[in-house]
Design a protein around this ligand. Structure first.
Ligand code: HEM
Length: 92
């Protein structure tokens, strides 16, 4: 294939369904928020600010848990496009 030509139609992977994509990126953002929050709250002086961060951390953590359950249901209802399978360690 020359550098300017487009890949054949069959080689273009279809995107995942919008709910799967949204859940993926929302969860990624929440995980990236909850981890530093965990470290910060562990290393700060106790008091109302720490209590608020504990509450925030717990809320985000439980939200992640709920979204993970939802994600499994979305995955069951919307199988991956193109019959893609989950990577089992021998992908590629
Ligand atoms: C993906 C990452 C994480 C998730 C989903 C998560 C989720 C949660 C949840 C749901 C709770 C509430 C548990 C309960 O009240 O029984 C919790 C509590 C806690 N987490 Fe995390 N956590 C994460 C990362 C971390 C990290 C990186 C730290 C510390 C470095 C941390 C430290 C703590 C501590 C100290 C508590 C107890 C807070 C309290 O007493 O209310 N977590 N976490």
């Amino acid at each position: 294939m020359s550098p300017t030509s487009r890949p054949p139609e069959a080689a273009i992977l279809k995107p995942y369904a919008p709910p799967a994509r949204w859940l993926h990126w929302i969860m990624a953002a929440l995980v990236l928020a909850v981890i530093p929050a965990g470290f910060v709250m562990m290393n700060m002086a106790s008091g109302p600010a720490q209590d608020r961060l504990f509450d925030l951390h717990r809320s985000i953590g439980f939200t992640i848990l709920c979204l993970a359950v939802l994600r499994v249901l979305v995955r069951i209802l919307n199988p991956p496009p193109d019959g893609r399978k989950a990577c089992t360690g021998t992908c590629g």
